[in-house]
Ligand binder design. Sequence first.
Ligand SMILES: [Zn+2]
Length: 198
Amino acid sequence: MSDLQLSLLKCLNCGEVLPPGESLIFFFCPQCHSGMHLSGGKLEGVRTEFYELVAEATGTDKALPFWAFDVEIRISYRDAAGTAGSFFKALAATIREDPTEEFLRSGGRIEFFVPAFSLDLEKAKNLGKQMTLGKPSLATAQIQSFEPIALTCEDAKALGEYIFLSSEIELPDTARNISYTFNAENPVMKIIRFRKKT
Ligand SMILES: [Zn+2]
């Protein structure tokens, strides 16, 4: 006897049979446009939103998937010459104009973007950091196709933490020791179209 169970995955929202995607990571209902993923072996809904980047056009003309999280970062200890230029400080600045030391220690909540498509680590880190710090203006858009989703929600949380931590320790003030918590919650799949330069 095999424990293997084969069953058709059906949309949690409308009951449509979900087409086998390019991966078993994320499913998108062609009928009602709901997004779902497998979490602990169960199909679970994921808020999925479609946008176009309202900014200078970049070199690509693709719709790219990102996992976006509400992230709370608390740094309890950071052994370095100073926090000037800290990635975290820059993050804090996106939610408050004049972040003080006290505020930095109390933590803050920011929207953190993690590329969900296949991308090498260094590029994923740079793009995630750029999107998170840049707080891009997004306008809702109609998008038919997008790059396949290659990263699970859990892996995206881990990559987000890596982006934060590696950015902190690469700073010129060379933090030797850092004590922090990184909590990522409320995952949303954001499909974002980047326009090509004309
Ligand atoms: Zn559906």
